[in-house]
Design a protein around this ligand. Structure first.
Ligand code: PLP
Length: 315
């Protein structure tokens, strides 16, 4: 479990009043900045080529949720992309904590990013680029708003195919989102609120920033192939083990999704979120299901558990 013993913020004198940063705080180039002052070069390959990896963790009631798992995934992605960040785990935790503490927010959306950066000699060789680390904390945001969380989201299955895992490894959290954004526009055109897109075999993959689950006859299933192994998805497996629910990761066809008893999506941006309509038709009775409700309750309850969360040290 990560501890934050040395995490009291050290900041520029100019930026010591946390009440001045309701829009959030960024750390880049070794300093903490208000969001409006955080800028990257237009030559950064993160912008020009989506050559970047990142992770997002949330803070709820002053505590990071499952921070260690997010940091493990971030460092694994950096290694796979042959990038380097000049910070070890302990320093990274203190930077993230400082961003949150300086922002003053008790519930926050916290991102850590490593981009390829750019080459001082304009070289096209990625090995010559100076990698750029950025972190920020902004107010907590959710895929689903309050009303959608209560009545369930309306989702459409787009026929857009997610970028193949043989091209871009989805386990490296990335900004290759043109497929997901196309799916979103398809969904809006069909009167839905968000989208699910397909894998290369025509099964359901994931949506813009979330994984998906179905419940059928008491058993849960989530796609295995071509998806980001989400930390919230992993958390659902852990919660199911505690609740004694049966759960599997396997192919999920669009027709299985439409015939499910319950459907929900999962993301750090919102947690476990019910879906009550797919392609304009209600999921079962069209009400939020009891398995989904039990998982949602336990998920939020776990946010106070020291085994699953880490305190932010506010000044
Ligand atoms: N799938 C994609 C493509 C995502 O971008 C995300 C989160 O941003 C997720 C799934 C959910 O992952 P997590 O639960 O770790 O937030």
């Amino acid at each position: 479990m990560t501890t934050l013993s040395s995490a009291l913020p050290t900041i520029n004198k100019r930026h010591t009043d946390c009440r001045r940063y309701p829009d959030g705080v960024t750390f880049m180039d070794g300093q903490y900045l208000p969001m409006s002052e955080a800028k990257i070069s237009v030559l950064d390959w993160g912008l020009l080529h989506s050559d970047a990896t990142y992770d997002t963790v949330h803070v709820w009631n002053g505590r990071f949720f499952r921070l260690d798992l997010h940091i493990d995934r971030f460092f694994a992605g950096i290694e796979r992309l042959r990038m380097k960040v000049p910070y070890d785990r302990e320093k990274l935790v203190s930077i993230l904590s400082n961003c949150v503490a300086l922002s003053g927010h008790k519930s926050a959306y916290v991102e850590m990013i490593c981009t390829r950066g750019s080459s001082p000699t304009f070289s096209r060789d990625p090995r010559q680029a100076e990698n750029q680390f950025i972190a920020f904390a902004i107010p907590f945001g959710s895929v689903a708003n309050k009303q959608q969380l209560q009545r369930g989201l309306r989702v459409a299955i787009s026929d857009t195919v997610r970028i193949p895992p043989t091209s871009v490894d989805p386990a490296i959290k990335n900004y290759h989102w043109l497929d997901l954004v196309k799916g979103l526009f398809d969904a809006y055109d069909r009167g839905a609120e968000t989208a699910l897109i397909l894998d290369t075999n025509g099964n359901v993959a994931e949506g813009p920033g979330f994984n998906v689950f179905v419940v059928k006859s008491g058993a849960l299933k989530t796609p295995e192939f071509g998806v980001l192994p989400g930390i919230t998805r992993r958390t659902v497996f852990d919660l199911c083990a505690q609740l004694g629910f049966s759960i599997a990761a396997a192919d999920l066809s669009p027709s299985e999704l439409r015939a499910a008893d319950e459907v929900f999506i999962t993301s750090t941006a919102g947690g476990i979120m019910p879906v009550t309509s797919v392609d304009g038709a209600p999921v079962a009775s069209g009400q939020v299901g009891s398995v989904t409700r039990r998982l949602m309750d336990l998920y939020w309850h776990k946010h106070d558990d020291p085994a699953w969360s880490t305190t932010v040290l506010y000044p």
